[in-house]
Design a protein around this ligand. Structure first.
Ligand code: CA
Length: 261
């Protein structure tokens, strides 16, 4: 396929589903390599350095969770975990295994395509968060993005500082007190979005829209990712310190004041 730059690895032991996913992603312009076992999938990830990995939870050799962790160790790919069981998905979301999205079988090719489109449409670092519609609770316009502030002081064009947190938007690296946070892509995008207007209260619906695309109603997904992000950032700060992301009850989230955590 000419002009195709995006590559995917599909890891799925069920032949029909593997073909369905492969076909669906190919139609979306991905160059797809598929594997029927966890180890073969890991080998493909190492060899192909894909942009996207779809990963079945139940594999014949390795646990999908383990495969996901190992993919995370070697790859920056978006990872979609696929499971037949909704309760498994809920459990996985709490495990911080580094997946970016979750799909329950059965799903339609259209649903998979929509999820994938949403992930690849997400704001890339801070400069793209202007795509996120303004929805402050008080109707005030969002603050200018930190990336747009003139260089000087403590921020430059690609580094945003907020208290102990420094975000290198270009390198997609986040540090707390100089210690690097091990964030997933989703967590990074979430933090970059919050920091694009740190005094604004971001509703779950707006974050869901901005990061996953319109049409989704699973605000639970936002809560889980914010929870994981908050935990990772907090543990790098001083013991017993306050979390850098505040929950505004009944509304959503905002960054804590920079000198308060
Ligand atoms: Ca399976």
């Amino acid at each position: 396929m000419t002009g195709s730059e995006r590559t995917a690895v599909v890891v799925e032991d069920d032949d029909d589903i593997r073909e369905l996913i492969t076909h669906s992603l190919t139609m979306q312009g991905f160059e797809v390599a598929a594997a029927a076992s966890g180890q073969a999938g890991l080998d493909l990830v190492m060899a192909n350095d894909p942009d996207l990995v779809t990963l079945d939870l139940g594999l014949p050799d390795l646990d999908g969770i383990e495969v996901c962790r190992r993919v995370r160790d070697v790859s920056q790919a978006y990872v979609v975990m696929i499971s037949a069981r909704t309760d498994e998905i809920d459990r996985l979301m709490g495990l911080e295994i580094g997946a970016d999205d979750y799909l329950t079988k059965p799903f339609s090719p259209r649903e998979l395509q929509a999820r994938v489109n949403a992930m690849f449409r997400r704001p890339r670092a801070v400069r793209a968060t202007a795509d996120v519609p303004a929805a402050g609770t008080n109707g005030s316009p969002p603050a200018p993005t930190p990336a747009a502030t003139p260089s000087g002081g403590e921020s430059d064009a690609t580094t945003i500082r907020h208290g102990r947190i420094a975000v290198d938007a270009e390198g997609r690296v986040v540090t707390v007190d100089g210690k690097e946070a091990d964030l997933t892509r989703t967590e990074f995008d979430l933090l970059a979005t919050l920091l694009s207007a740190p005094r604004r209260v971001w509703s779950r619906a707006v974050l869901l829209d901005g990061l996953w695309g319109p049409g989704w109603s699973e605000e639970h997904l936002v809560e889980v990712h914010v929870g994981n992000l908050r935990r990772k950032l907090t543990k790098l700060g001083p013991a017993g310190g306050r979390a850098p992301i505040r929950t505004v009850r009944g509304v959503g989230y905002r960054m804590e004041e920079p000198d308060a955590f």
